[in-house]
Design a protein around this ligand. Structure first.
Ligand SMILES: [Zn+2]
Length: 190
């Protein structure tokens, strides 16, 4: 699947922010799922797209941008994001740590075959070519320089990843998100 297709799909798929009954942001869902939750009275629309509506059988519903669950859902508090391949790609903005081009794979600095672990500090996004070239070696052994060091995502980035939000979403949804998250996503003032 070409990357631009995947990107468009991801942006399309989860476009509605879901708040807990207590107004804490929980996750994002597709528009279709959001409309179903509203029609089933499981959620209410807190913010709608100003000019758009969805027409169902006999009903017209505003296109929900933010919905809130009618019943409180208990969620465990996570300070640090659990490691995942997808998480590494998102953290590194899908850019190869070695050449800066588009990355689709995750490279282990200390290869797994040499005891390397699935952790934030041991993994970076990499393009398939560089990952293949590096193979079972450390960057030093392969003579490859890292353009940037791996890091553990901050609690703000962790929430962003859990919600599947991009910077542009954060500006639009600022009213519903914790202030630190909005501040972390804001472009740096000159
Ligand atoms: Zn590369």
């Amino acid at each position: 699947m070409p990357p631009w297709h995947a990107r468009g799909r991801v942006a399309e798929v989860r476009s509605t922010l879901v708040l807990n009954a207590s107004y804490e942001p929980l996750t994002t869902v597709s528009l279709q799922r959001a409309v179903v939750l509203v029609l089933q009275d499981k959620a209410v629309v807190e913010q709608a797209h100003p000019l758009r509506t969805v027409r169902g059988t006999g009903v017209t519903v505003p296109v929900p941008r933010v919905i809130r669950l009618q019943r409180y859902v208990r969620v465990p508090f996570r300070q640090q994001a659990p490691w995942s391949r997808r998480g590494v790609l998102v953290r590194d903005q899908h850019l190869c740590a070695y050449c800066g081009r588009r990355a689709t794979t995750v490279d282990h600095l200390q290869p797994k075959s040499r005891g390397g672990t699935d952790t934030w500090m041991n993994t970076v996004a990499a393009c398939a070519e560089d990952n293949q070239y590096k193979a079972d070696r450390t960057p030093e052994q392969a003579g490859m320089k890292l353009l940037r060091k791996p890091f553990v995502p901050t609690p703000q980035a962790t929430l962003m990843m859990a919600l599947g939000l991009r910077g542009s979403d954060v500006r639009e949804l600022a009213d519903w998100l914790p202030a630190q998250v909005v501040a972390a996503a804001a472009p740096t003032a000159a």
